[in-house]
Design a protein around this ligand. Structure first.
Ligand code: DO4
Ligand code: MG
Length: 299
């Protein structure tokens, strides 16, 4: 069972919904995912049991998932991200930082092995898009890629309360020029998406067994696809959350992206109109088209 937010056609209001494994969709009597988790906690029952009760007492919608207008599954005040948590990402970062002429240990080698992980602020509520919404490409980058990542949905005390999918859209040339440019390589309008659903944490038996699949289409022709599995992650989720929490405030519903393990070939860059699909087993498919912003000001 997964949790979505969708626009109710009649009322034009956003609703919380649950999709069963058979594809039936039920409207839920809560305003957001945090309220659902809170209610299960209050009653000291699992989210799964609360959802079963709610569903047994109601009828499914007449619509299929594809017919609904989906919104971000949670209005996350902040999206943070961990970096260089997979060997593949370390290799890609080394390539872009050295033009493929690696001859010494880099910051990326060090952070991959260090006790302290790399964690950065990726996005805020207004920069974070939902399923099927457009993402923007940066006007001053010629080397941009999606980063398909598992997202941890967190409570204010750092408990992992759900899993979602995130796209940490990134500029390889800007970060490769100088790692101090990281915020510009990572954060701009519409540079992040999450969704399409949240899988409640208490329904997941092993979160190190998620399959991640990414496909990029140009004019609906498949240009690239790649696979990974969260078993390849160098760190534990608790370790990433521990460093994010340390001396910090966590807003309820913060999302922490856990790093990428899928990197398109080095000669690949996203172009206006490309469509990116990121699928994680049990969570769904996050679909976004990337666009060059109209009226971009480049001096
Ligand atoms: O060091 C830059 C960030 C890398 C990253 O975002 C990732 O590994 O996913
Ligand atoms: Mg990333």
């Amino acid at each position: 069972m997964r949790i979505i937010r969708y626009l109710q056609k009649q009322s034009q209001k956003l609703s919380l919904g649950a999709i069963t494994d058979q594809g039936y969709i039920y409207s839920l009597p809560y305003n957001n995912y945090l309220e659902l988790v809170e209610q299960a906690k209050k009653r000291t029952i699992k989210t799964a049991n609360l959802l079963s009760e709610l569903i047994n007492d109601s009828l499914p919608l007449n619509e299929q998932l594809e017919e609904l207008e989906l919104a971000v599954p949670i209005e996350s005040p902040e999206v943070w991200a961990a970096g260089v948590t997979y060997q593949k990402s370390k290799e890609a970062r080394n390539y872009e930082a050295t033009n493929g002429k690696l001859d010494a240990t880099t910051f990326y080698d060090k952070v991959y092995d260090a006790e302290r992980p790399e964690i950065f602020l990726k996005s805020t509520k207004d920069r974070t898009m939902g399923p099927n919404e457009e993402l923007f490409l940066r006007s001053d980058s010629n080397w941009q890629i999606p980063e398909p990542e598992l997202g941890l949905v967190l409570s204010s005390d750092g408990e992992i309360i759900g899993y979602t999918i995130g796209n940490d859209l990134s500029c390889r040339d800007i970060e490769g020029e100088n790692p101090l440019y990281l915020p510009q390589a990572k954060v701009w309008a519409r540079s992040c998406s999450i969704g399409p659903a949240i899988l409640p944490a208490d329904m997941v038996s092993d979160p190190y067994k998620f399959n991640i699949h990414c496909s990029i289409f140009r004019n609906e022709k498949l240009l690239f696809e790649g696979n990974a599995n969260t078993s390849q992650l160098k760190r534990r989720y608790e370790e990433l959350v521990h460093y994010l929490k340390r001396d910090n405030i966590l807003f309820p519903g913060t999302v922490l992206l856990t790093g990428t393990c899928i990197v398109p070939p080095n000669e690949f860059t996203l172009a206006d109109g490309d469509r990116v699909e990121i699928e994680i087993s049990g969570i769904g498919i996050l679909n976004n088209v990337v666009k060059v912003q109209v009226n971009q000001a480049v001096s």
